[in-house]
Design a protein. Sequence first.
Length: 225
Amino acid sequence: MAKLKMEEIREKILIVEDEPDTRFILSKLLEKENYDVISVPNGVEALEKLETFLPKVIIADWTMPVMDGLELCDRLKQDERYKSIYYIMLTARSAVKDRVKGLDVGADDFLLKPTENQELLARIRSGIRIFNLQSELKQSEREKALLEMAATIGHNLNNPLGSLKLFVSDLEAQLNEEKDNSFTEDFGLINKAIDRISVLAKDLSKLKEPTTETYASDAKMLKLK
């Protein structure tokens, strides 16, 4: 049986440009390169579109009505949801002071208008690589934090578990001295529960490669084995 060909993943790019002709040309250029492209005429509509379309790269004109590219960049770089998006500013401004102003609000790259197609495509490829590297770094940091948290929980469980085991053992010995065997089965169950929790604590403290499993209601839980 022939294997189904997996649909190629298309990188998402958002174009923010008020000039219809430029917006059309850029869209067609990027669609030809197999990017998933959406274009909007100003920063306000870009913010609305980001609620449902999360790109790796935004190409935005500096000068636009309603909300220009500079203000849009400033808004995005202050938002944890969007700050990692690679932001390319298109501008006719060549003065150093303008570029400094753009860099100060967080723009990642600049291109002078009119843009050269191959240079734009090269900047986009670079932006996607940087976005992917940042995402991998964040994932690594999350996994490290998860390991540290699991190890801390595991170690912190050991002391109260040890105290509980001693208390149960002492109580069981006292009842045995009184020849009261009515709680023997209960103590067996309690000790088994303590042993299971001890194993869990040990697994947590030595966790090396955290993974998760999906349980009821799509809840994610740490997988230890």
